[in-house]
Design a protein around this ligand. Structure first.
Ligand code: PLP
Length: 501
């Protein structure tokens, strides 16, 4: 596909409105502020412009175009009603510095969202401020620090325990919060290895960080024992709520013994996410941790009146501008109100869908932990690699030829050739079946014609990219110096990143 600049022809225009005779003359601009030459803009007719951007939009894969089983990311459908509500002028045009009297509706929405999240997590108080799961993690760990500092145990509590299945943001957050990392193994059933754990938890432990269900899609069967071990030494329990989609209305982190939870609003409670935004990572805490939450706190002052509270002497301070990513709150609140008391059904269907796909695929791929899964599961392409030289990456690339977004691959790290599949509650049985048929066809192809996989994708606009280079050195601007107009001869524009990018 050509760039818009390559389609440009001098003199072509998108519209030709008649000029209004009596236009006032533009104000005189000082000479030094005027551009020396006109901007270089693409010159195309309107229909070309529309075709160009419409074609570009079809190059993107999203939940709105197909099945997106990207494990751990919960790529569920985002109902359009969320967007309608977030676009209401009273929400969309509200200034963050609007005085409280003029923002009662927004404050009430935030307060109500906090109340719902407290109920879903089984905890006491919520701050909506963090803008991502990872920022929620850091906020949670800063709360741990503040809690122990207030008890005079800041020096003593130095370590945070995380399992070897943890998402990469967990160890990163631990380090950013100034703690030492203590890794703990996973046992043969996919639970935390409790024997390994016992030797690693003592009076120096500040907290456990755990995703439950874990990143292998399994609910830890020993969670009560784990809770006794940590609370027994006075440590705290931190719940990475990225996988909350499996348990809403069924089990609550607070009831499992967790003291702090972050919730990925953009996963469980629906936002168009991926590619870096937008997100929300509220934290919920037990009563003993409430004084440390970020300010301002959104509170109900009297019956029917809401406000912001800054006077919290033990707060960790602000972690985000104003009250957090407000548009995200409106969407998640709309989503939660839409499900209402049926929220449990959302998680039940997510778990059912995952188990259905697992049951259809478990004989064809390796299954590291043969148990009922939660909302996602992890297969391995180990045998395909050994027998036919086809890797998890090859399977993922070939799936694109079948018009499916690949699952997460090579994560969690403890599973070699991992394929992590999360169908979510969104999908109908026909879609799940079509996906399973494709996954099974790929196994057959690996045996009969492995090159098909190794060279996939075959039917996409681009073949295999240098993914590291594409991520680390993306070409995000047109290299004008390479522009055919400048050189007098057509070139493949912007093939190389301009210097310094
Ligand atoms: C288990 C787990 N924890 C934490 C995170 C981090 O969340 P975010 O991407 O919102 O920063 C993710 C994101 O995929 C995750 O899967």
């Amino acid at each position: 596909m050509k760039l818009i600049y390559e389609k440009s022809q001098a003199g072509r225009r998108a519209s030709a409105l008649p000029r209004y005779e009596n236009l006032p003359s533009p104000p005189e601009l000082p000479e030094e502020l005027r551009r020396s030459e006109p901007p270089r803009l693409a010159e195309v007719p309107e229909f070309e412009l529309v075709r160009h951007f419409t074609e570009l939009s079809t190059r993107n894969f999203g939940v709105d175009t197909g099945f997106y089983p990207l494990g751990s990311c919960t790529m569920k459908y985002n109902p359009r009603i969320n967007e309608r509500l977030a676009a209401l002028p009273g929400f969309a045009r509200l200034h963050p510095l609007q005085d409280e009297d003029g923002a009662q509706g927004a404050l009430e929405l935030m307060w109500r969202l906090q109340e719902i999240l407290a109920e879903v997590t089984g905890l006491h108080a919520v701050s909506l401020q963090p803008a991502a799961g990872s920022q929620g993690e850091l906020t949670g760990l800063l709360l741990v620090r503040a809690y122990f500092a207030a008890r005079g145990e800041a020096e003593q509590r130095r370590t945070v325990v995380i399992p070897d299945t943890a998402h990469g943001t967990n160890p990163a957050s631990v380090t950013m919060a100034g703690y030492e990392l203590t890794p703990v193994r996973t046992d043969a059933r996919g639970n935390i290895d409790v024997d390994d754990l016992r030797g690693k938890v003592d009076e120096h432990t500040a907290a456990l960080m755990l995703t439950n269900p874990s990143t292998v899609g399994l609910f830890d069967e020993n969670i009560e024992e784990i809770e006794r071990i940590f609370h027994g030494v006075g440590a705290l329990m931190y719940y990475d709520g990225a996988n909350l989609n499996a348990v809403c209305g069924i089990s609550r982190p607070g009831d499992m013994g967790f003291d702090i939870v972050h919730i990925n609003l953009h996963k469980t409670f629906s936002q168009p996410h991926g590619g870096g935004g937008p997100g929300g990572g509220p934290v919920a805490v037990r009563e003993s941790l409430e004084p440390f939450l970020p300010v301002p706190a959104v509170v109900q002052q009297d019956e029917g009146r809401f406000g912001l509270e800054y006077d919290r002497p033990q707060t960790i301070g602000k972690v985000r501008g104003f009250t957090g990513p407000f548009g995200v709150f409106v969407r998640s609140y709309a989503f939660l109100r839409m499900w209402g008391p049926r929220l449990r059904e959302m998680s039940e269907v997510a778990v059912l869908n995952a188990n259905y796909v697992l049951a259809r695929l478990k004989e064809a791929y390796d299954l590291p932990f043969d148990r009922l899964c939660m909302h996602e599961f992890v297969l391995s392409a180990r045998t395909l690699k050994r027998e036919h030289g086809c890797t998890a990456l090859d399977v993922a690339k070939r799936l694109m030829d079948y018009s499916f977004h690949p699952p997460t691959i090579y994560f969690p790290l403890i599973v070699p050739e991992a394929l992590m599949i999360e169908p979510t509650e969104t999908e109908a049985k026909e879609t799940l079946d079509a996906f399973c048929d494709a996954m099974l066809a790929i196994v057959r192809e690996a045996g009969e014609e492995p090159e098909l996989l190794k060279e996939a994708p075959h039917h996409r606009p681009v073949k295999r990219l240098d993914e590291v280079r594409a991520a680390k050195r993306p070409v995000v601007k047109y290299g004008f110096e390479e522009h055919p107009d400048a050189k007098g001869e057509p070139k493949v524009a912007a093939a190389e990143a301009p210097k310094g990018v």
